[in-house]
Design a protein around this ligand. Sequence first.
Ligand SMILES: N[C@H](CCC[C@H](N)C(=O)O)C(=O)O
Length: 282
Amino acid sequence: MRLDFTKMHGAGNDFVVIDATRRPFDLSPQQLRALGDRRFGVGCDQILVVEPALSGDAADFRYRIFNGADGSEVEQCGNGSRCFLRYVIDKGLTTQPRVRVRTVNALLELVLAEDGRVRVDMGPPRLDPASLPFDPQGLAPDARGFWPLTLADGVAVQAALVSMGNPHAVLLVDDVDAAPVALLGPQVQALSRFSQGVNVGFLQIQARDRARIRVYERGAGETLACGTGTCAAVVAGIRAGLLDAAVEVQARGGQLRIEWDGQGSVFMTGPASTVFEGSIEL
Ligand SMILES: N[C@H](CCC[C@H](N)C(=O)O)C(=O)O
């Protein structure tokens, strides 16, 4: 089948976007993997599928998210949500600068800002282990909300556990450039306590309103940016008393602004870019 797509990125986290507003989405997991393959397909971190809202839903659209490396469907994608808004505006699927979109487990509100960035109400973080899910059996978090994890080789790490609709484990590091992301990321993901897998974030705090981050994503490996991972990391830093309520975070692919008042929604502001249009025979 021939498939038209749009290639986009949000701070370097890259996406293949598919318009399923006029014809039902019916790609198989192997077709999704073929699409996401960086050698034999288009290549992307995630595939975003834009669908009409269900009738009677408060949302204006639905959008589904699939990890590019393994075709797994996931609950949330922060950088993807910004690209989703850019896409529906540029494609004339909406004339509104403010759009509500339903994902698997959330209703997000997105606004196009004057400077072309997109601000997303990501909803509140969830901090109970069951929301990731994470099996806390025999463990308890420290006063800052960090849990002791023992990796397969006996190495002990401390991680804050935050759900943004998808699961995140956040480690504090002194220098993200020196952090052993490719080593620790898979080792944390391999823990059976994360029965649905986990995204592993590495947060370097530079000031109370400035940080750097790298994320080893579930179903994608290290990406140049991870919106939900950045939200989760700032929530962890605020809860630990290390960050203020508004933080500029530098990822390898770009910068995101994260705001959280300590109890309500997390707000993320950042870029969304279209790279090219294409079609592929799947
Ligand atoms: N790999 C993530 C989904 C994409 C999240 C990320 N690209 C973002 O911007 O939030 C997961 O399996 O939960």
